[in-house]
Design a protein around this ligand. Structure first.
Ligand code: SAH
Length: 228
């Protein structure tokens, strides 16, 4: 196994680079890829930057240039359900691109030529990640929606919840990684710590959260995941 670990923001990757043994660095396409041994696992860590295109490019390059065989995305997200609280973790079982709409040619949310609107994560990786996360905080498993929008208005999150009643979290990269991994046949898992409620307070809560807890959580979960 060679594990690709993607985060969107520096705060979400904090500590992992320092934990890599015999690290090597390579800059490509405006991103810095750091490889090495992470608690005995051959790993490559990278910041994707923000949004679906950025995440898709990063995932593709991890596979094609760095030869990763598995991908884990670790980051923060807005809550998509009243039972999912700030500080909880959501481990994705399915991902949807909530801003994708090629209707009437294809059903809304369906990714043309795949026949799918939801992409499923790898069962074994997801289970291992959920077990690792449960050592840190409360864990929920289910649907995450991604789009090229920061959801920071109550009406926006209410609209998404109406479209996806089983929604647990909203973010900007996961479903793009999911589509790339589906198309390349790479097992993947997505874990998100809830930083905000995707409502009118989201931007303020998000800034506070990434400065305080986001980094510690990502580090702990990946450590437990690698050691398992
Ligand atoms: N100004 C910030 C922008 C971050 S965008 C900065 O420069 O650091 C928000 C990031 O966190 C994205 O990577 C996204 O995946 C995640 N995220 C957290 N809360 C979100 C929300 N409410 N809506 C969408 N994405 C969210």
């Amino acid at each position: 196994m060679r594990l690709g670990i993607i985060s969107a923001l520096a705060e979400e990757q904090h500590g992992l680079i320092e934990a890599l043994q015999s690290p090597y660095k390579l800059v490509h396409g405006m991103r810095e890829y750091t490889g090495g041994k992470l608690w005995e696992i051959d790993a490559v860590c990278v910041l994707s930057r923000i949004g679906k295109v950025a995440a898709a490019m990063t995932a593709s390059i991890l596979v094609e240039k760095f030869g990763v065989t598995h991908i884990v995305f670790t980051g923060v997200a807005g809550s998509g359900d009243k039972n999912v609280k700030v500080g909880d973790i959501v481990v994705a079982e399915e991902l949807v691109q909530h801003d994708f709409d090629a209707s009437p040619l294809f059903p809304q949310f369906e990714i043309p030529l795949t026949g799918l609107s939801r992409f499923a994560t790898d069962t074994a990786l997801t289970q291992r990640l959920a077990t690792a996360a449960a050592q840190t905080t409360r864990v929920h498993r289910g649907l995450i929606a991604s789009g090229d929008q920061f959801i920071g208005k109550l009406t926006q999150i209410q609209g998404l919840k109406a479209a996806f009643p089983d929604l647990l979290a909203v973010e900007m990269e996961g479903a793009a990684v999911a589509q790339v991994c589906f198309e390349l046949g790479i097992p993947f898992a997505i874990i998100r710590t809830i930083s905000d409620n995707a409502n009118d307070n989201a931007a303020v809560d998000f800034m506070h959260f990434i400065k305080t807890v986001a980094s510690r959580y990502a580090y702990e979960v990946i450590e437990n995941f690698c050691k398992a």
